[in-house]
Design a protein around this ligand. Structure first.
Ligand code: XMP
Length: 524
């Protein structure tokens, strides 16, 4: 497997994705792991990520010595190249001028890494690559033994290689898709240069994961909080494949789920997979606790705490359970363990099924810890979950609780569920001719929000005085920033018409045209 050392770049995870797309398994670890860790990891190749730091200012931010002594191919990217240069006897010059964006680099000489990889067919642009650059500092003198591999007019040393020791480095970012041949370069590095097999696939992953779960758990029992979301569903399906009835799923229905969601979850897991699922209808209890509460943060805290309480009460009935299974996925692991990431301020206190307390006294089983979201989805499909379920938009743990502004009431939730279902149905049924995809697939998240204000309308001969819903649809790759989706007017028109006609109690529909930031995706 390949070891990626993270120096704190925002795109380190993309390196891992490209490596896995080349069917090679890899893991990301902080750049300051010990020499001993690297030796016992026994990587077949090492990749050093970029960073926000400057090789000048951050003298501590270096690769462990063992990287250079491991005798395996090393690829340095951006900061990774600079630290390679500094540590191996080259020179890096500080610059306050940041270069940012597209660049065309010229490949120099013949290296195994770039041989035959190019963007342009024309002879005058032979060997040129369109790449994405982002840097301030740059390497100004090659370390001994290195030769020039790539350059641009403003960055004469944009790539360097010591082919005898299989050390390679780029100032640009091959992991981002803007670097057109980036995937080809990373595949060449891990497969050809490092000689990794390229046998990392879902099918074999299932067999391995199943074997591992059986070994870990033995004949003990496991409980899992099923939310209907992608991660907990895939974890449940995988663990059920491994240990069948030793797994009990607890599905807490807080009354804030989407339309028919509870039945769908039961139908899938109890009905089709024949898994043991306990459905707890706790909606009355949740509504009781939420009565009169309007503050968004308090609502979140109440829903989170209540969830834990209900789950714990169920768990304590299962006397033999020794394990708590969770659908923790790789980005969760990296984010919480990341050493270099600054603590973000709490915009919203997140609650999800993964957030159960350690006080349950159970051992943790987290079979998805190594997987990215898209890999989790592929795994779900390979395990026989319906694509519709596995490719669903994310849904927040507090559910409709954060989509009903102000006080949460059952009547409001019922109206919102129906309006939301109409919007989702229209998005699924409307195909964009340019891409052939549905607007559900073209958006990252879409939903309706209930506004507890009444406005005047007219229906038939009568005046109405009813509630408002807002539609929200966004496009984003990481949910940290998002653009509102430019949905076709015809789609908005049909959705609005249907909601107002079919959902008595709502007489006005609006569309949210705010980006994140400054707005957030959810309204609370
Ligand atoms: P915001 O509203 O912060 O949302 O732009 C970003 C993404 O996070 C989801 N979200 C949550 N997910 N528990 C979750 O599991 C939560 O408490 C929660 N709050 C927001 C939101 O749906 C969006 O995808």
């Amino acid at each position: 497997k390949v070891l990626i050392l993270d120096f704190g770049s925002q795109v380190t995870q993309l390196i891992a994705r490209r490596v896995r797309e080349a069917a090679v398994f890899c893991e990301i670890h902080p750049n300051d792991v010990s020499d001993e860790f690297i030796r016992s990891f026994a990587p077949k190749a090492i990749i050093l990520s970029g960073s926000h730091a400057s090789t000048y200012e951050d003298h501590e931010l270096r690769a462990p010595q063992a990287v250079w002594e491991a005798g395996v191919p090393v690829l340095g990217i951006c900061y990774g190249m600079q630290t390679m240069a500094v540590q191996l006897g080259g020179k890096v010059e500080w610059s306050d001028h940041r270069e940012f964006g597209y660049a065309e680099v010229r490949a120099h000489g013949h290296t195994q890494l770039l041989d035959g990889i190019q963007d342009f067919e024309t002879p005058e642009k032979h060997g040129m690559l369109k790449v994405w650059m982002s840097h301030g500092d740059k390497v100004t003198a090659l370390p001994p033994g290195f030769k020039l591999m790539a350059s641009t007019p403003s960055c004469p040393i944009a790539g360097m290689a010591d082919e005898a020791r299989k050390l390679y480095a780029f100032q640009f970012h091959p992991e981002v898709t803007h670097t057109l041949q980036g995937a080809a370069i990373i595949t060449r590095f891990v497969r050809t240069i490092a000689g990794c097999q390229g046998d990392w696939q879902m099918g074999s992953y299932i067999d391995e994961a199943v074997a591992k779960i059986r070994e870990q758990v033995g004949d003990e029992e496991v409980i899992l909080g099923l939310s209907g979301g992608v991660d907990s569903s895939v974890a449940a399906a995988l663990i059920h494949r491994a240990i069948g009835d030793q797994l009990t799923c607890v599905f807490v229905d807080h009354g804030l789920l989407r339309l028919n969601e509870g039945d769908m979850v039961m139908d899938m897991f109890a009905g089709k997979l024949h898994a043991k699922v306990i459905r707890v209808d706790a909606s009355g209890q949740f509504m009781g606790k939420l009565a009169g509460v309007t503050d968004p943060e308090r609502k979140r805290k109440i829903i989170g705490a209540e969830f834990v309480e209900v789950f714990q009460a169920e768990a304590s009935k299962l006397k033999n359970a020794k394990w708590l299974a969770q659908g923790t996925i790789y980005p969760d692991v990296v984010e919480s363990g990341g050493t270099k990431t600054k603590k973000a301020t709490t915009i919203k206190s997140h609650h999800n099924v993964g957030g159960l307390p350690e006080t349950l006294g159970l051992k943790l089983l987290e079979p998805l810890r190594e997987l990215f979201k898209d890999e989790v989805r592929a795994l779900g499909v390979a395990l026989g979950l319906p694509a519709d379920m596995v490719y669903r938009h994310p849904f927040p743990g507090p559910g409709l609780g954060v989509r009903i502004l102000g006080e949460v009431k059952k009547d409001f939730a019922d109206l919102l569920r129906r309006a939301d279902a109409i919007f989702i149905e229209e998005l699924r049924n409307t195909i964009d001719p340019a891409t052939g995809k549905s607007w559900y697939a073209l958006t990252s998240q879409a939903f309706a929000v209930f506004l507890p204000v009444k406005s005047v309308g007219v229906m038939g001969d009568g005046r109405t005085y009813d509630y408002v819903v807002a539609l929200r649809a966004v496009q984003t790759s990481d949910f940290m920033t998002a653009d509102w989706a430019e949905l076709p007017y015809a789609l908005l028109k049909r959705t609005s018409g249907r909601i107002i006609n079919e959902v008595r109690g709502i007489n006005r529909v609006t569309y949210d045209v705010s980006s994140k930031p400054p707005a957030t995706i959810e309204w609370e």
